[in-house]
Design a protein. Structure first.
Length: 289
């Protein structure tokens, strides 16, 4: 685990990477969520025999079939339900306890011919989450809380709008040694020039001397107002770290063959707060906590 340039206090680190969370590639279009969950399982049980981890993976696949979820795009509460069944200490945060009726007009959701049935299924799960052992909390999580959880080795699975994330996927054999090379390469320079969505303004949120946090939040709000709700594409990613100095978020992208991905704080905040995500985030806590 790399905490170079960081301070001892987890809340004040300016740089952190958990490179013990290994990248996994999703096998089909609908399983980005389960793949992120398997990344979490692989990390949590990393000191156990490989056979146990494979057994856990197979259990997830079995549960998906048993719950008739193997051919569906999972909702975040489905992932939390799998955590509850597998006795993984977790907490799901969302700003909506249920399904917004307006989602029926969004292509991403309405393209599902069984959307009405899916809506009822999810509403029922939210109504019974306590009895099912699912830990759901209605709240909006800010960036500082996310960074704090990363420093505690919490696995953070985030629902984002893939069309607004605008990240860069690269392959690193040794993240500790190669990241500085990436910083000095054209990858970063090109990223800062070209990775902005056409709907967004003021790339990377130029900080003000007075209150950079407020400045970032205002930029996120402005960009969200300009985003196109019809283009929403839900996708799960697993966070692995951040760099406060360069305002970059590091993550594993299950849809990419490359093992390392990064995007700006501004892109990340826009993508995870986009209409359609409900700001869903799933924290899966390390066994030691």
């Amino acid at each position: 685990m790399n905490n170079l340039f960081g301070k001892k206090n987890a809340e004040s680190r300016v740089f952190f990477i958990n490179n013990d969370i290994k990248h996994l590639k999703q096998l089909n279009q609908n399983d980005c969520g389960p793949t992120c969950l398997k990344m979490a399982i692989s990390f949590i049980y990393r000191n156990c025999p490989e056979a146990l981890i494979i057994e856990k993976f197979n259990k997830i696949d079995h549960l998906l079939k048993h719950l008739d979820l193997h051919s569906k795009s999972l909702w975040t509460i489905d992932l939390a339900h799998l955590c509850a069944i597998e006795k993984l200490n977790h907490a799901m945060f969302t700003i909506t306890l249920g399904v917004q009726d307006s989602y029926s007009s969004m292509d991403f959701y309405s393209n599902d011919i069984n959307f009405r049935a899916e809506m009822l299924r999810i509403e029922e799960k939210f109504s019974n989450f306590k009895e099912m052992g699912i830990n759901v909390i209605k709240d909006s999580i800010d960036l500082d809380r996310i960074k704090y959880e990363l420093n505690r080795n919490t696995v953070c699975i985030v629902l984002v709008d893939a069309n607004l994330l605008n990240g860069k996927n690269i392959n690193l054999k040794d993240e500790d040694k190669e990241l500085n090379d990436v910083y000095n390469s054209d990858d970063i320079k090109d990223f800062y020039r070209t990775s902005r969505a056409s709907c967004c303004i003021n790339p990377f949120g130029r900080k003000t001397e007075k209150n950079p946090k407020t400045d970032l939040n205002k930029l996120v709000e402005l960009n969200l107002k300009k985003s196109n709700r019809c283009d929403y594409c839900g996708h799960y990613i697993t966070l692995i770290g951040y760099d406060d100095t360069k305002e970059l978020m590091f993550y594993r992208n299950p849809s990419s063959v490359q093992n390392f991905s990064f995007t700006s704080y501004l892109n990340f905040e826009i993508a995870r707060k986009s209409y359609g995500t409900d700001q869903d985030i799933l924290f899966i806590y390390h066994l030691n906590f």
